[in-house]
Design a protein around this ligand. Structure first.
Ligand SMILES: [Zn+2]
Length: 433
């Protein structure tokens, strides 16, 4: 089965670098069915984004380029109006992982501009351990912006943890450092009125998995005692190496050791799930995956399963549009934040990589359009075919890489085998290569 490992890695890399200047191979285009760009929108007068971005840019880029980018951002600030969730057949809150450059308060308007009804963000730099405490301006700004724009931070905002933090860390000093950063993030959530906090379970570091899981749970139990309300949301992982969390069983085993079950939840990353072998593409496969999740993790014990989406543009990847139709019409996902991590980088006219947030604005509308849509219609089939067609080159490229790797792995194995065979046969003079 083709698995979108590469696109997953790309998205993770994108997040790590806080979407500044990652090279992109494929120009992303807005979805065909999505509403047209709202070109006449004017930015809000109290808009803090431009200043925040400008400040951040100032440290990184030459003056001339900075001006151009800010100007471009100002002109195209509102890329889509937010959909009134009550107008959808089901209450689906769709958004994206937006930038918090210049302070967490800026994430609110960044979400607003792409028409998001939920959003994810980093609460501090996810690339370094030492971070200054959150400023009162950021705290108050975030709360007032949420209030002004009617975002319920306690339901529909899902911060993402730092990639540096590994709660399964065995080394005492490193474990302390990880814990301190983790609990600091939880404290920030509570200061901002955010209830859900999404993080990667961790890595065994080569140790036995049950021990690693024990350490994760112990860190969570301690963190729950040192904070009041925030729910720690475990993300399922794509797997590979020493990663914990690529199976529902891993998540179940962590949750089993968490003392306060009201403080733990699960975030399903559709791309990670698919890469780990949980199919979502047909209604039958989707049901099987969801049933397995409910049986093993227990939807009742872990009441909060929000979802997070994937790393190829919606409908263009291996998952296909049907998988997202399944997700968008699954009753358990109602009222939960659902955030896009789809790629939005493309080459600008000057050859430089830019972010096209219109992609998110359009994908939000595309996903919303799937709510209650009958998939057995010509309209759906046409949209599905169009999007698959758009992603054909990228899928072929990824498939070739997967195949190449498989061949390489097989060769390496054969070589190894042959190597030992050669050794054995050296004495018999039979090996001819
Ligand atoms: Zn993640």
């Amino acid at each position: 089965m083709p698995r979108p490992t590469r696109s997953s890695q790309k998205a993770i890399k994108r997040e790590e670098e806080d979407v500044k200047d990652v090279a992109s191979s494929k120009p992303a285009k807005p979805a065909a069915s999505a509403p047209k760009r709202k070109a006449d929108s004017q930015p809000d007068a109290e808009e803090p984004l431009a200043n925040g971005s400008a400040k951040e840019e100032q440290q990184q880029k030459p003056k001339k380029q900075r001006k151009t980018k800010v100007k471009v951002e100002e002109e195209a600030m509102v890329l889509a109006e937010r959909t009134d969730v009550s107008s959808l057949a089901r209450a689906m809150y769709i958004g994206a992982h937006v930038s918090a450059a210049g302070g967490v308060q800026n994430s609110v308007t960044n979400a607003l501009h792409i028409g998001a009804n939920s959003f994810a963000l980093f609460l501090k730099s996810q690339r370094k351990w030492a971070n200054p405490p959150m400023t009162p301006e950021s705290q108050e700004g975030f709360i007032s912006q949420c209030k002004q724009h009617r975002y319920r931070a306690n339901e529909h905002v899902l911060p993402h943890g730092s990639y540096l933090v590994n709660l399964a860390q065995a080394d005492a000093d490193k474990a302390r450092q990880a814990y301190d950063s983790f609990v600091d993030d939880l404290a920030r959530c509570e200061q901002l009125g955010i209830k859900l906090y999404n993080f990667h379970p961790g890595s065994t570091g080569g140790d036995a998995k049950d021990k690693a899981i024990g350490r994760i749970a112990a860190q969570l139990n301690r963190a729950h005692k040192e904070t009041q309300t925030v729910v720690t949301v475990l993300e399922n992982m794509a797997g590979g190496g020493n990663v914990v969390g690529s199976t529902w069983e891993d998540l179940r085993d962590i949750i089993a050791l968490v003392e306060d079950k009201t403080r733990v939840g699960v975030c399903i990353d559709t791309c990670h799930a698919f890469a780990a072998g949980y199919d979502l593409r047909t209604p039958e496969a989707f049901k099987k995956t969801v049933d397995a999740f409910n049986d093993i993790v227990g939807a009742n014990k872990a009441p909060l399963n929000s979802n997070r989406d994937l790393h190829a543009n919606i409908g263009t990847g291996f998952l296909g549009l049907r998988a997202f139709h399944n997700v968008m019409n699954h009753p358990d996902f109602q009222d939960k934040p659902m955030v896009l991590e789809t790629p939005i980088e493309r080459k600008g006219p000057d050859g430089k990589t830019i972010e096209d947030k219109q992609v998110w604005a359009d994908e939000i509308k595309l996903l919303e359009s799937l709510v209650g849509m009958d998939p057995d219609t010509k309209e759906f089939a046409k949209l599905e075919a169009e999007l698959q067609d758009r992603g054909a080159d990228e899928r072929r490229r990824i498939q070739e890489q997967v195949d190449k790797k498989a061949v390489k792995d097989t060769k390496a194995k054969t070589k190894k085998k042959r190597g030992s065979k050669v050794k054995k046969e050296e004495t018999s003079d039979e090996e001819s290569g």
